[in-house]
Design a protein around this ligand. Structure first.
Ligand code: GLN
Ligand code: ZN
Length: 757
């Protein structure tokens, strides 16, 4: 039955298009400016271009079904018929987008981060009553499309265990129900899928099981055994590749090894080859080319790993550590980058070429012996070395060290600071503030584009920014907010803006990476030592403060978030890199203070994102992440009020760490899980602003609604420590909505103050 696995492959490929063609096609389809036929032909062209390109680069194992109109987890839900009734429409594509984006009065399915990446997937809803049924149209169509080009492909589908572990229980499911309870039913649908693909003549299928690189319970491991035992024993099926990525399989490796699947993909960049001996007899798809960074692969080191794996496991194919979805298309287009930096970079195209080259080198390297088994506990050399050090890069410097005027001594205890700040800032109780950004108008975006294109000068652009700041300050004064912001008009993005003003970063022109649906980001590349050549935000903050007697809050992005949303050098421990960025933020905090800014917010929306998947590593991470934040902020005088902002509140796990950040005030999103947040903040001892205005929705809450939310919050947080603010920045909303919403927020705070007095 089994043909041997191709010598080289990638686990997946970007699909948004080298020029974000899919983004444009989707958005114009959603706005009904183009037809379904237009969307489909763009999509088809993108798929065909990718396959042709991969084949031209010499890649042997081509994936298919890695294209998606929105998200591969959503595609899998559709494949399995797991479509909640409320989304069903006459037209299948309308149903699909209703789940992703909502439809008249029906909110979309929840969306959340794909493991520790910045990609977001749609969370399927599975209940005890969900009726599963196979809809294999998409994978079959892609196989046929590629065949029409003369290319055989390997359909890629999210595996049954990961699919169910990522799903949420349908609201109202009986207590104790978990989607994984439906494993047997779901596996039967996968069995039918495999039969259909076999009938189509498909040789290999890839089932993605990244959930297996996180800690799994014995019951979950038993589910792996059951699922792949059952699928493996099917009479009539293609050969199976189970793909793990983003870390080590750990306890799941021997479990998979014992099932009759033909191949297992391992992430040998983040994970190790520990236990790989157990896979002898199967093909190991050795992920030695990273799908998570933009650096060229160290060829010698990768080859050594491949040889060692081959010696221990027997059959090896060369692959990427994960799908290339998380990197941009082609570094050759980045003609604006310093050539010395560009030399060191590999985007998707270059990574494919590396995979092909390594496969050739591996094929040419003589086999030493027949595969032999190592005694348990003996590690093959080369497999466990720490991450590579790029020669010529400066080694880590001793940090934290004092930068600027202040020493690393922590700040005074919170009660002392709170008293000093009360004295200094003279804020009312229940102070009203915002998270930082005000609406980014089309005019502003156009001006930024015109500046970049050289159509307007720096002076004209800055004049516009000043006018915008004047307008934002005037608006906040008129509405009666207590702590004002300058509005962040100068920022394209909260990370890219800082990257553009710090040494050690480069930004790309075309380096788009899908974040969710049609949304892409262009992560900056942090390639060298980070330094702040000069103050970044100070003059805008100072200008805003000159316009008002109320305190203006200086607005900075925190060190963890700047690093989390960038591609980061891998020759230093992440911790060191974050501390370098923290140094720069610390200097900026000092300069803001010196400029008379008395409230400074350092945002860390990505604090949670970098939490390692394995519990054993989480405490160490949180410890250094918190230390970096404190290093960035602890130079501040006790009279200076430090705020932080987090974009999520299902943060029970890290509430202690948020407390440890030691910010004077934390604003946190709460629209989606208010009860849980308020239930969990009992021990939180500092200022807290659970959001009272959901900025993700065009809806404007009235003063009564906000008053209700505040009254509820007052049961969990004493009035002296409760802040009143929206959930997040206002930049995606219109001025009309923002004005109305903030008026209601201010009004409700005033009512409560009156009651309190
Ligand atoms: N200060 C930023 C803003 O208001 C925070 C954005 C965020 O939390 N993602 O836009
Ligand atoms: Zn936010």
């Amino acid at each position: 039955m089994t043909s041997s696995f191709p010598a080289s492959t990638v686990l997946g490929y970007p699909r948004i298009g080298p020029d974000r063609e899919l983004k444009r096609a989707l958005e114009s389809y959603w706005e009904q400016r183009t037809s379904r036929g237009d969307l489909e032909s763009t999509a088809r062209r993108l798929r065909e271009d990718s396959w042709r390109r991969l084949a031209a680069l010499g890649l042997e194992g081509l994936p298919s079904n890695t294209f998606s109109y929105y998200d591969q987890v959503l595609d899998t839900a559709v494949l399995l018929g797991a479509v909640p009734e409320r989304y069903r429409q006459d037209d299948d594509l309308a149903t699909y987008f209703a789940m992703a984006r909502g439809a008249e009065g029906i909110p979309p399915l929840r969306m959340t981060k794909w493991f520790d990446t910045n990609y977001h997937y749609i969370v399927p809803e599975i209940g005890p009553e969900t009726v599963f049924s196979l809809d294999a149209a998409k994978p079959l169509a892609e196989v046929r499309e590629a065949r029409a080009l003369g290319l055989e492909t390997r359909p890629v589908v999210v595996g049954p265990v990961t699919f169910l572990l990522l799903a949420q229980a349908t609201p109202g499911s009986p207590g104790g129900f978990a989607p994984l309870d439906r494993l047997d039913d779901v596996v039967e649908v996968y069995a039918r899928l495999l039969a259909e693909l076999a009938a189509e003549g498909v040789g290999w299928v890839q089932l993605d099981e990244p959930a297996l690189v996180a800690d799994r319970t014995p019951a979950e491991l038993a589910a792996v055994e059951a699922a792949y035992g059952r699928l493996g024993r099917l009479e009539n099926r293609p050969a199976l590749l189970v793909a793990s990525y983003f870390g080590d399989l750990g306890d799941a490796l021997p479990v998979l090894a014992a099932t009759p699947v033909e191949a297992v993909a391992l992430d040998l960049v983040r994970g190790t080859a520990h236990g790989v001996d157990a896979l002898a007899g199967k093909t190991v798809v050795a992920g030695v080319v990273s799908g998570r960074d933009v650096w060229r692969t160290d060829r010698d080191r990768a080859l050594a790993t491949l040889l060692a794996v081959r010696e221990r496991a027997g059959r090896v194919a060369v692959g990427t550590s994960c799908s290339l979805l998380h990197v941009p298309y082609d570094v050759e287009r980045e003609t604006g980058l310093d050539p010395a930096l560009r030399e060191r970079l590999a985007f998707a195209e270059q990574k494919v070429a590396e995979v092909v080259e390594l496969a050739d080198l591996l094929a040419a390297a003589p086999r030493r012996h027949a595969p032999r088994r190592h005694a348990p506990g003996r590690h093959a050399p080369g497999l466990y070395a720490p991450r590579r050090h790029v020669p010529g890069q400066p080694a880590a410097q001793g940090r934290p060290h004092a930068s600027g005027r202040r020493t690393a001594q922590g700040r005074a205890p919170y009660p002392v600071r709170a008293a000093a700040q009360a004295e200094h800032l003279k804020l009312p109780i229940l102070p009203v503030t915002t998270i930082g950004s005000f609406p980014q108008t089309g005019e502003l975006r156009r001006a930024r584009a015109a500046l970049a294109a050289g159509e307007i000068g720096e002076a004209a652009y800055e004049g516009m920014l000043r006018t915008e700041i004047e307008r934002v300050i005037a608006l906040q004064e008129r509405l009666g907010l207590d702590v004002l912001v300058h509005g962040e008009a100068e920022r394209n993005d909260m990370v890219q803006y800082f990257a553009e003003h710090l040494d050690g970063f480069a930004v790309t022109r075309h380096g788009w990476v899908q974040s969710y649906g049609s949304r892409c980001t262009r992560p900056p590349i942090l390639h060298g030592d980070v330094r702040r050549p000069e103050p970044i935000t100070v003059r805008w903050a100072r200008y805003a403060q000159s316009l008002t007697s109320k305190p203006v809050k200086g607005m900075l992005t925190g060190p963890v978030t700047i690093v989390a949303w960038s591609f980061v050098r891998d020759d230093l421990p992440l911790r060191e890199v974050v501390l370098q960025v923290a140094d720069a933020v610390r200097e900026e905090v000092g300069d803001l203070e010196e400029a008379g800014i008395r409230v400074i917010q350092v945002d860390e929306p990505a604090l949670r994102e970098l939490v390692p998947l394995r519990r054993a590593e989480q405490d160490a991470y949180l410890e250094w992440a918190v230390a970096a934040y404190r290093w960035a902020t602890s130079g501040a005088d006790e009279c200076t009020q430090i705020h932080t902002h987090l974009c999520y509140s299902d943060a029970d796990q890290i509430l202690a760490a948020i407390d440890a950040l030691d910010a004077d005030v934390t604003s946190i999103e709460s629209a989606r899980s208010r009860g849980r947040l308020l239930g969990a903040v009992g021990d939180f001892s500092r200022g807290l602003g659970p959001g009272v205005y959901d900025i993700h929705s065009p809806r404007v809450p009235g003063a009564d609604e906000v008053e209700g939310l505040l009254t509820e919050a007052l049961r969990a947080v004493p009035a002296e420590r409760l802040w009143v603010n929206p959930d997040c920045g206002l930049k995606t909303r219109s001025y009309e909505q923002v004005e109305a919403a903030l008026a209601g927020v201010v009004e409700s705070a005033a009512r409560l103050r009156a009651r309190h007095a």
